[in-house]
Design a protein around this ligand. Structure first.
Ligand SMILES: [Zn+2]
Ligand SMILES: [Zn+2]
Length: 334
């Protein structure tokens, strides 16, 4: 099969990916092989290609926003039939036995394997995943549209879950990229009021178009106290700013995987049981729930589709923020 291979990490502009011919993977016991129809490109792919994250195998096939059809079933797999539409997220597998897995926090599993990092991902014609970790997808929707559901969509769903907010609550979003775009739509579907703070005029317009109840810049303050919030930019000094807008018992979720230093210099910012948490990876539950909500409420994100041959060039554009919405590679025709 054709696959984009990463052997040595380098700045993506130096084109470290190479299109190669490798044997088709086979489904082992408990696994499903997926004919990849489309795969989204995430910033994490850039980080792995460039060496911000260590290389766990070489060659490696990147890509963890995988959607396709089950095309081979390993021994003992009854969860799917051939031809079923499925997706694969960043969580490739978890042990099922550690303290975190037992508590429903498989995202924190001590033995988790991640797609397109520990295991080969979706920048390829086929991929193999433990059948229990494939996410069922609905019929009647374009694969390209569902690819970003697997990472920004699912991660956004988890971020919103971590706020602990109930339907109808007041939610603050800080920064308005692709993940926030999904969160806003889920929150509105759940009857929440959403207050968006972002620098970019383009993003302010996008937030308004999607029904935000209030949109402003960082020199402004929402007109009401908020029950919870999610910070998207990796900018530590936004934390105090966002905490200052929370009502008592409000929780702030930090979505980035790293941030510049966070300084909280006033106890009043966390007094009255305000709290802060981070978001780490996703669970199958997050993905399955998000897929249902996204399908039911027709939640969409702008996508820009690239042919498989242009995967590397598209990844360069992702790094430089030159994509409208989410970049998706079309690998096979539906
Ligand atoms: Zn991702
Ligand atoms: Zn575990």
């Amino acid at each position: 099969m054709k696959a984009w291979l990463l052997e040595n990490q380098a700045p993506i502009e130096e084109r470290p990916l190479r299109m190669g011919e490798v044997p088709e993977p086979r489904a082992g016991a408990g696994e499903s092989r997926i004919k990849v129809m489309a795969c989204g490109i995430c910033r994490t792919d850039v980080h792995i290609a460039e060496g911000d994250l260590p290389l766990h195998k070489s060659p490696l096939i990147l890509g963890h926003e995988i959607v396709g059809v089950v095309d081979e079933l390993g021994e003992g797999v009854t969860r799917f039939a051939l031809g079923d539409r499925v997706g694969v997220t960043w969580l490739h597998s978890a042990c099922g036995e550690c303290e975190f897995c037992r508590r429903g926090k498989e995202n924190l599993c001590r033995h988790a394997q991640f797609t397109g990092w520990d295991a080969d991902g979706g920048f390829a014609e086929y991929t193999v995943v433990p059948a229990d970790f494939a996410i069922p997808l609905p019929e009647g929707r374009a694969f390209e549209e569902m690819a970003p559901w697997m990472c920004p969509g699912t991660a956004g769903y988890r971020a919103l879950r971590l706020t602990g907010l109930e339907d109808g609550a007041k939610l603050g979003l800080y920064g308005f990229g692709p993940t926030a775009t999904y969160v806003l739509q889920i929150a509105k579907a759940r009857g929440m009021s959403v207050y968006v703070t972002t620098r970019s005029e383009k993003n302010k317009a996008a937030a308004r178009a999607l029904g935000a109840d209030w949109v402003g810049g960082y020199d402004e303050t929402p007109p009401v106290k908020l029950n919870g919030g999610i910070v998207f930019p990796p900018v530590g000094n936004l934390v105090s700013y966002a905490l200052g807008q929370l009502d008592s018992d409000g929780r702030l979720v930090l979505s980035p995987v790293t941030m510049t230093p966070i300084v909280i210099d006033d106890f009043n910012l966390i007094w009255q049981e305000r709290s802060i948490t981070s978001l780490a990876h996703v669970t199958r539950y997050d993905a399955e729930q998000f897929v249902k909500i996204a399908h039911k409420h027709d939640i969409r994100l702008g996508i820009e589709i690239f042919p498989f041959e242009e995967t590397q060039e598209a990844t360069i554009k992702v790094k430089h923020g030159q994509i409208r919405g989410n970049a998706v590679i079309r690998i096979a025709e539906d």
